[in-house]
Ligand binder design. Structure first.
Ligand code: NAG
Ligand code: NAG
Length: 130
């Protein structure tokens, strides 16, 4: 799980210098303070967890129909404390238009491009005409 978030942080962050330190911390066991998962029959779900090292993540997803296809509308966030004691946080949404992270670690040029894309998503069709 932590490796997943380290990779996630790499994707969402330009400050890659902190990633190796995070990855190396996976050898130290960390207590799980809370861990919840909730599913509904309709396919909606949410989950959250918090670790003793300050790492937290949560996600809420609901299923909606777009162009007669079921897609997930996801909102989430995660944060972790780096070896210097600084907390890094990312909030994100993900939907049929893509993954849109926000947070102080995201390079300003990428962040402003993501805000533009989120406001004016390209019209993508999952259907391929033959
Ligand atoms: C998570 O799902 C449960 C069960 O459907 C619901 O009661 C709860 O309000 C949900 N929490 C959030 C943050 O959406
Ligand atoms: C999942 O449901 C439990 C019990 O209702 C609740 O305490 C927890 O906060 C829920 N998790 C999320 C992420 O909403």
């Amino acid at each position: 799980m932590f490796v997943f978030f380290a990779l996630f942080a790499t994707f969402a962050s330009i400050d890659c210098a902190s990633v190796p330190a995070i990855a190396s911390s996976t050898s130290v066991p960390v207590a799980i303070l809370s861990n919840t998962v909730n599913l509904t029959a309709e396919g909606n779900y949410n989950w959250s967890f918090e670790l003793a090292d300050g790492t937290k993540a949560e996600q809420v997803a609901s299923v909606k129909t777009v162009d007669e296809e079921k897609v997930e509308d996801i909102k989430g966030s995660y944060s972790y404390v780096d070896p210097d004691g600084n907390t890094h946080s990312v909030q994100y949404i993900a939907n049929e238009h893509g993954f849109f992270p926000k947070g102080d670690d995201i390079h300003p040029e990428i962040a402003s491009h993501l805000v533009e894309l989120e406001a004016n998503p390209p019209r993508l069709s999952s259907k391929i005409s033959v």
